[in-house]
Ligand binder design. Structure first.
Ligand code: CAA
Length: 399
């Protein structure tokens, strides 16, 4: 054993081993702790009521913006917090531990909205739209899905026809997170139907423009205090300067922003999985059966051990995806793996947390039933688990 150790120490491998550092920086820890404090003190007290009443957390979102949590990775030049993706993951996880609805509102604004306009927008667009989005003064939504185009995103039918200084948009978008509360929509529409997905473009559309028709707020199983609705577009006149990037960039914009979005949803799922695990540990230490706390029973210990292992695995995948994004490496596969794994763990851990709680897990008082309701969507939105497998397999087979 000593000999092997010596060889490793004197070879180049040693440097690689030492470089694999799992420690967070002081700044990342400070951000995580600030998010945790905010979540526990400001979000948790009203989370149950908001879930019950499907009430959007308007004041909380405003405060999140003031604290810099809505434009976390945006440069300070555009009113963002200039942080890394790892810090973002830690913050979304902490917030989602307490309320996954707030987690998704935050994730959409950061990953699907701010990222895209910072990367592809003009300086005029960044000044006018990114600054208020990054500071939380305004909220954004990402509008891709349609009644007949969700997983098969190339099949979008919303049209944008250029007429002088405007594009005229017609169509219908579905399942839009932040749909009701957002001020700005990042709207995908077909500008050239002749060239398939290469004819899709993205437009920045303001909610109060003529022709925007909001559908009713969806009555959802979980993440009930985030709002989701369909959006109809009836001859909406969008000034040409609100085209993001260039015509035909839309699908690339969508796919690339969704890669980052998947890291955000993985972080949201980690929050739910972690909250489920912690609730199970806490309850199992308090609840007595067969003459001792149930944490002393092997049947419960195995569940807790499995929950902890799954949580840690999902966390490592998510942090790896975030790290690769931060250092500018390709992260398509890692983001899809992180989302696939973390969403699965969120569902499984929340189910197990209910099982550990027995009948108490089935009633609202103990929170774990909400974790299960909130977890399911993480396997569906921003690419279903089936889509993540397609993305992963395609990347694997490219190699
Ligand atoms: N990253 C970057 N580029 C990608 C990509 C990715 N993850 N996936 C595909 N592309 C690129 C391809 O490279 C290709 O580009 P080129 O022609 O330049 O090579 C182009 O996109 C078309 O790709 P494919 O040929 O693979 O197209 P496909 O139709 O066979 O499959 C898909 C594409 C991966 C299935 C894609 O449609 C997809 O990701 N679907 C899921 C969409 C989704 O996540 N929908 C929900 C989002 S909105 C939401 O959840 C609501 C909300 O508010 C939160």
């Amino acid at each position: 054993m000593v000999k092997v150790f010596t060889i490793i120490q004197t070879s180049n491998l040693k440097l690689k081993i030492i470089q694999m550092n799992f420690d967070l920086t002081e700044e990342q820890i400070a951000i995580r702790d600030a998010a945790r404090d905010f979540a526990e003190n400001e979000i948790a007290p009203s989370a149950i009521e908001r879930d019950k009443n499907a009430e959007f957390p308007k004041d909380i979102v405003k405060k999140l913006g003031e604290l810099g949590f809505l434009g976390m990775m945006v440069s300070p030049e555009w009113n963002g917090a200039g942080m890394d993706t790892i810090s973002y993951v830690l913050a979304v996880e902490e917030i989602s531990k307490v309320d996954a609805s707030v987690g998704v509102i935050m994730s959409v604004n950061n990953s699907l909205v701010c990222y895209g306009i910072e990367k592809w927008g003009s300086d005029e667009q960044r000044n006018k739209y990114l600054k208020p989005l990054a500071s939380g003064e305004k909220l954004g939504a990402f509008c891709l899905s349609e009644p007949e185009a969700g997983s098969d995103a190339t099949q979008q039918k919303t049209t944008a026809v250029k007429e002088g200084d405007y594009y005229v948009l017609n169509g219908m978008k579905n399942w839009i997170t932040n749909g009701i509360s957002a001020d700005y929509y990042f709207m995908q529409a077909v500008t050239n139907p002749e060239v398939g997905y290469k004819g899709i473009s993205t437009f920045i559309v303001e909610k109060n423009w003529d022709g925007i028709e909001l559908g009713v707020k969806e009555d959802k199983l979980g993440i009930r205090s985030s709002d989701t609705c369909s959006i109809g577009l009836n001859n909406v006149k969008v000034p040409v300067e609100n085209l993001l990037g260039e015509e035909g960039l839309g699908f690339k914009f969508a796919m690339e922003t969704l890669n980052g979005g998947r890291i955000g949803i993985a972080a949201q799922a980690l929050g739910i999985a972690g909250a489920s695990y912690e609730a199970a540990v806490k309850y199992s230490k308090q609840r007595k059966a067969f003459g001792k706390p149930i944490a002393g029973l092997q049947a419960i210990q195995f569940k807790l051990a499995d929950m902890a292992v799954k949580l840690e695995s999902a966390k490592l995948l998510t942090l790896k995806a975030a790290y690769k994004k931060d250092i500018g490496e390709k992260y398509i596969k890692e983001a899809a793996m992180a989302k696939l794994m973390a969403s699965k763990v969120a569902v499984e851990n929340s189910l197990e947390a209910i099982q550990v709680h027995g009948g108490y897990g089935y009633v609202r008082e103990y929170l774990v039933e909400r974790y299960l309701r909130d977890s399911k969507i993480t396997e569906i939105y921003e690419g279903t688990s089936e889509i993540q497998r397609i993305v992963i397999a395609r990347e694997l087979l490219k190699a």
